[in-house]
Design a protein around this ligand. Structure first.
Ligand code: NAD
Length: 365
């Protein structure tokens, strides 16, 4: 069938010993950037995404279009679709899975709890079940989240710190993913690596994230809410630029051990690995807004609310020495440089560059 042909073509590596990688969440923010970078260096990349409407799916369709131009086919299916997943693994001997599909967002969970359970727990288990039965068994690298540190106050966060106080259902499902990964590694010898991303931002980012809707609201002259913790401390995040995260994902794929097959065989099981991928330089939300104001050359209407939002943690800060030691991960983009690239993309994509230039002054370099 032509579907099969496209799937095979997409996932065939073009470099010697190249990987054949299934990227889940390939039409999303991090997934689309990773898929393109992997393809560019000659790996075979097949995408999977359900194109859900959690945020504006026209962004996902635009990414699918670009991926298509680079011969990356995106299968439109849900992680929970056993038949489709099984068929993909029957057709393609994937060496790796980069699993980035998930229900993201912290506050959406208050209204839609089961969407987190379905994608982040059931969907993950479904993928692991199929990976464990596949021949060869692929190595799996997947996105956990800095949110697993929850209300922890020991800073910066190291992988050995406690993660037993998730502040949102999203965080709890990411933490559950880590426990589930441990089990599949232990019983079935699946090679699994979890990456705790810290607030990723950049071009083609998620419209539900603060830097994105602040940009939109500032440009539209709407007021923005800045939350402070109950003790009036500023909320701060270890904002990490997308290109640094892509390098981290590729580093983790390149150093992933091979899966060792079912338990009972004599080989030692591959190790479960968990890494922080952050920027190691937390920035307050107030500072984020002032950087945006200067890039957009517009004064924001700020509304400070002295109350934490449910599900948000006050502060995140990554220690990345483990990822540095194991695969040379070193973030190189500071927030001002990364936001400049984001703002350039934003005004270009939404076609408002001329308005910004004319009415509010030039987008500064
Ligand atoms: P995203 O929402 O842009 O991408 C996720 C993609 O997965 C979307 O395109 C969505 O349609 C797809 N998807 C969701 N559920 C699915 C399902 N059940 N079956 C198939 N496809 C499904 O989010 P992102 O920011 O690119 O995040 C990628 C990963 O990184 C996620 O696992 C997220 O939890 C994690 N993460 C992101 C951040 C961040 O700041 N962006 C921080 C920590 C962790």
């Amino acid at each position: 069938a032509s579907w099969e042909k496209q799937v095979r073509h997409s996932s065939t590596p073009r470099r010697p010993n190249g990987f054949s990688i299934l990227v889940t969440g390939a039409s999303g923010f991090v997934g689309s950037h990773c898929a393109l970078a992997l393809k560019k260096r000659g790996d075979g990349v097949l995408g999977l995404d359900n194109f859900n409407t959690y945020y504006d799916p026209t962004l996902k369709r635009a990414r699918q279009g670009l991926l298509g131009k680079h011969q990356i086919f995106v299968v439109e299916a849900d992680l929970n679709d056993v038949d489709v997943l099984r068929k993909l693994f029957d057709v393609v001997p994937f060496t790796h899975v980069l699993h980035l599909a998930a229900q993201a967002g912290v506050r959406y969970a208050m209204e839609n709890p089961m969407s987190y359970v379905s994608s982040n727990i059931a969907g993950f288990v479904n993928l692991l079940e199929i990976a464990k039965a596949a021949d060869p068994q692929p190595a799996i690298v997947w996105a956990s989240s800095s949110s697993v540190y929850g209300l922890n106050t020991e800073n910066p966060f190291s992988e050995t710190h406690r993660t037993d106080q998730p502040a949102s259902l999203y965080a709890a499902t990411k933490k559950a993913g880590e426990e589930i990964a441990h089990t599949y590694n232990h019983i079935y010898g699946l090679s699994i690596t979890g990456l705790r991303f810290f607030t990723v931002y950049g071009p083609w980012g998620r419209p539900d994230m603060a830097y994105f809707f602040f940009t939109k609201d500032i440009l539209q002259g709407k007021s923005i809410n800045i939350y402070q913790t109950a003790d009036e401390k500023e909320v701060a995040r270890d904002f990490t630029y997308i290109d640094d995260i892509v390098k981290g994902c590729i580093g983790a794929l390149d150093t992933a051990e091979k899966s060792t097959g079912k338990a009972g065989k004599k080989r030692a099981p591959a190790q479960l690995r968990i890494y922080n991928l952050g920027n190691t330089a937390p920035v307050s939300v107030g500072k984020l807004v002032s950087i945006l104001e200067s890039l957009l050359n517009v004064k924001a209407k700020k509304h400070v609310i002295k109350m934490p939002r449910n599900g948000d943690v006050p502060y995140t800060h990554a220690n990345v020495s483990l990822a540095y030691n194991d695969f040379g991960y070193k973030p190189t983009t500071d927030l001002a440089s990364g936001l400049r690239k984001f703002v350039r993309w934003y005004v270009g994509y939404y076609g408002i560059e001329s308005r910004v230039n004319k009415e509010e002054g030039k987008v500064q370099d």
